[in-house]
Ligand binder design. Structure first.
Ligand SMILES: C[S@@+](CC[C@H](N)C(=O)[O-])C[C@H]1O[C@@H](n2cnc3c(N)ncnc32)[C@H](O)[C@@H]1O
Length: 424
């Protein structure tokens, strides 16, 4: 019989399948052992078998009603299974039994925040912090509650304090949120400190690497990395259309209008380069006999597929796609070349992929000073009109029109962009 201690060691080493097997072996001799039932349940949860895990932890709790850790984890499993009432019951009982232990106050606070019972959640989280003021998670959760309740200014000090207390590996979602909050508030030193800690804890994280490059003011990479683009837009896809509508996004309309001016004919073969969720699709579809979309984010592409506007959707990096495919009468690219700094390479691909006499219409964010491009702190590039014109020339394309337009609003301010039309 394997010892339970061995099973615990395997579990702590992340070897869940072996830990589960060790628990099972142990329970052949001691089937009701609460610790073994508990650990086996956690292993089952680790492989996604939440129902099985709940059953095991309920048994552990039945055999040892005072075994608090099992009760606590059972609450988390109920919450994960969508059984919020059961989770609340378990954690309220823990609070009644162990009123000086902060864990259940914290867990219940998070649960009630999800249920939008903000006032009750705040009371619980403040109590958790009263019992352990140095707990970064409870502090973060209190910030989250204020944030979800729409009280962003009240969230910020708690999130900042959680960051100062943070000791373990960075939580990328939280750290990105912290960076965004600090940037929006103009606290650039703090934004940079967040990125540096994030990068230090997760040296391979492409988002931390890109944003750090953007905030450093040093030499910018030639374009945003594939990892950064995929991560950012996979995470953004679910709320992209709604968020862009809320900031008055109109780049898709502007490029579609410019395309009609350049090519009034219908029934051609077109490419939507960086098609995203397909906002351009309904505007481009009536113009095209065949419409292809390409994008690096599979979650964005899944939404584009839902529009029913595209004949073909390709999951690929744009420059690589353009090196392999061609035969397009026109190529449209809305709000995508702002993830490229250098433009000559991607525009060279555009020139190759266009038929002779074909047109490209794209947007970039306008850089007022300097003569080339800059990677801005928010992570997108901006370009000067002169640089765009030079890059088109280097790629063998002829500038037809370049108009300055408001692409959307950010923090209440207009984002100025260029709508560029060029011909091969
Ligand atoms: C801001 S969205 C714009 C989407 C769409 N064109 C629109 O106007 O709604 C930018 C899109 O470009 C894609 N993208 C950025 N860099 C890319 C690259 N190098 N190759 C392919 N897709 C890229 C992103 O995945 C994202 O879907």
């Amino acid at each position: 019989m394997k010892s339970l201690e061995q099973a615990v060691q395997l579990f702590q080493a992340g070897k869940l399948a072996e830990a589960e097997a060790a628990c099972r072996a142990f329970r052949k001799k001691a089937p009701k052992h609460p610790g073994a039932l508990h650990l086996e349940g956690l292993c089952a949860a680790g492989r996604g078998a939440v129902g099985e895990a709940i059953e095991l932890l309920e048994r552990a709790a039945r055999h040892a009603p005072a075994y608090e850790e099992a009760q606590h984890d059972l609450g988390h499993l109920y919450a994960r299974a969508g059984r919020a009432e059961d989770a609340e019951r378990v954690w309220r009982r823990s609070i009644a039994r162990f009123p000086m232990s902060p864990a259940a106050y914290d867990a219940l606070g998070v649960l009630l925040t999800r249920a939008r019972r903000f006032d009750e959640a705040i009371l619980l989280l403040v109590t958790a912090l009263g019992l352990d003021a140095g707990d970064p998670l409870a502090r973060k959760h209190l910030g989250d509650t204020h944030w979800d309740a729409g009280r962003e200014a009240e969230a910020m000090p708690h999130h900042e304090a959680a960051f100062d207390l943070w000791r373990g590996p960075p939580d990328p979602v939280f750290f990105e949120h912290l960076w965004q909050q600090a940037t929006r508030a103009g606290k650039h030193d703090r934004a940079r400190a967040v990125l540096e800690r994030w990068r230090e804890g997760c040296p391979d994280d492409p988002v931390a690497a890109h944003l750090l490059a953007a905030s450093s003011g040093g030499a910018a990479p030639a374009r945003a990395s594939d990892g950064y683009v995929e991560h950012t837009f996979d995470a953004f896809a679910a709320t992209f259309d709604e968020q862009l509508a809320s900031i008055g996004y109109r780049t898709h309309t502007l490029v579609a209008e410019a395309l009609v001016r350049a090519r009034p004919e219908e029934g051609e073969v077109g490419l939507d380069a960086g098609c995203g969720t397909g906002l351009c699709g309904p505007l481009l579809r009536p113009r095209a006999r065949r419409l292809v979309g390409v994008d690096l984010s599979s979650a964005m592409l899944a939404r584009a597929a839902g529009t029913g506007c595209y004949d073909e959707l390709v999951h690929a990096e744009l420059s690589r796609f353009l090196a392999e495919r061609g035969g397009f009468d026109w190529i449209v690219s809305a709000d995508t070349l702002c993830y490229f700094g250098e433009l000559a390479g991607v525009l060279g691909g555009v020139a190759r992929a266009l038929l002779s006499g074909g047109h490209v219409v794209f947007s970039v964010e306008r850089l007022a000073d300097g003569d080339a491009f800059a990677l801005q702190a928010h992570g997108r590039y901006s370009h000067t009109p002169a640089f765009v014109e030079r890059s088109l020339g280097d790629a063998g394309l002829t500038l037809v029109a370049q108009a300055t337009e408001t692409l959307r609003h950010e923090n209440g301010r207009p984002v100025e962009g260029l709508i560029v039309t060029a011909a091969r």
